[in-house]
Ligand binder design. Structure first.
Ligand SMILES: [Zn+2]
Length: 386
């Protein structure tokens, strides 16, 4: 579906910012064989930016190409760095919203990692929806206080007694976020139930620049002003808006209520970064082509998430060979990345592989990755994917 106007504010002042043709439509669905991985369905990304509200989206997005299933795996919680983040996020939410002994509801809960963290820190019941959880095991198998419903969020099932709604890294996958938010708000048991939303921060992606975070699963690339605008338009008051995870995430809290205006200044800074994105991405690609060309050596990429898989595809499409993707998540081991068909291995496989260069897909994990490399006696240099 090609849209010429902004899907958020309807403005016609829209500009294309970058194209990424023929990328796997499900970057985070690994496949059992190299053949299946090479044949994984592909689609086009045509990023556009609204010059009025700083919304960024894929104009070429076709929702019918996507079907989230149990192959979909994007849990980050095998990293200690992420565990620390989740623990302090949960503790902060519990404290500020007095959630001890209460009910928390999460849309897009994955395997229940965060739900479990809420229970561990004193919440009485944690209920979540996630369509990718069909036939999959959850973090805590036998705790009646954690309930996971393995399908898309259905407003009829919002718990009547929930005291907080959490929705992390879901909104960017939704083609009609206005309807989604409207349905959620209409389903709340009371108008004062706070909402906590978290999405990747597109301003960070544009400025880094990190073309490795441009993936087909994401139809919307939210910036702080566009996210605030979405909630305002739905009749919400934004009570907190900030960046986290080294500016890679945007966090927003809101309740039903009268909105306050958004600063124009923020929009102008994003538009400048968006306008420069095509050129800065080209420089990034040239930089990595140069490194890969001259690295007459075995290269592995640590992190088989969006960034690592997108990088493996970039390398593959430019005629370079990546030996393996390394990941801590055991569910991914032995599987193949869509597109490049690069295999995912356990870190311990590096002792046999003896890489000459380790590309770290997210700089946030550098310290923990370098510790693990040192523990295995691997002296290969590392480079951060930016
Ligand atoms: Zn707009």
């Amino acid at each position: 579906m090609v849209r010429s106007n902004c899907p958020l504010c309807g403005a016609h002042r829209v500009t294309p910012i970058a194209d990424f043709p023929q990328v796997p439509v499900l970057c985070n669905a690994l496949l059992a064989t190299a053949q299946d991985a090479r044949n994984a369905p592909k689609g086009d990304i045509a990023l556009a930016m609204c010059l009025e509200c700083a919304m960024i989206w894929n104009q070429a997005f076709d929702e019918t190409l996507l079907a989230y299933s149990s192959d979909y795996e994007n849990a980050l919680h095998h990293s200690e760095n992420f565990q620390d983040y989740a623990r302090s996020l949960v503790s902060d939410l519990i404290q500020r919203h007095s959630l001890a002994g209460e009910v928390v509801f999460e849309i897009g809960c994955g395997d229940g990692y965060l739900l479990n963290a809420f229970i561990a820190q004193g919440v009485d019941k944690a209920i979540g929806f996630d369509p990718s959880m069909t036939n999959r095991s959850r973090i805590v198998a036998n705790d009646a206080r954690v309930q996971i419903i393995a399908r898309n969020f259905d407003p009829e099932h919002t718990p009547y007694d929930c005291k907080l709604v959490v929705c992390r890294h879901v909104l960017e996958h939704i083609a009609d976020p206005q309807s989604f938010l409207r349905d959620l708000l209409a389903s709340l048991p009371a108008p004062n139930v706070p909402l906590y939303f978290e999405v990747p921060n597109a301003h960070w992606l544009l400025s880094a620049p990190s073309p490795w975070d441009v993936i087909y699963e994401h139809v919307g690339y939210w910036t702080e002003p566009s996210l605030i605008r979405l909630f305002h338009d739905a009749g919400c008051r934004v009570t907190k808006s900030s960046t986290a995870y080294n500016a890679q995430f945007l966090q927003l809290e809101a309740v039903h209520g009268s909105p306050a205006p958004v600063s124009d200044h923020a929009i102008q800074a994003i538009i400048a970064a968006g306008t420069a994105f095509a050129a800065s991405t080209k420089d990034t690609f040239t930089h990595w082509n140069h490194i890969l060309q001259n690295a007459d050596a075995k290269i592995v990429v640590w992190g088989a998430g969006s960034k690592g898989i997108t990088f493996a595809n970039f390398a593959h499409n430019n005629g370079h060979h990546i030996e393996a993707l390394v990941d801590l998540n055991p569910v991914k081991h032995g599987l193949f990345a869509p597109g490049s068909a690069t295999q995912v291995v356990d870190p311990s496989a590096l002792m046999d592989l003896q890489p000459d260069l380790v590309v770290i897909s997210n700089g946030l994990y550098r310290a923990e990755i370098e510790d693990q490399l040192a523990a295995m006696g691997i002296a290969a240099p590392t480079k951060i994917l930016l």
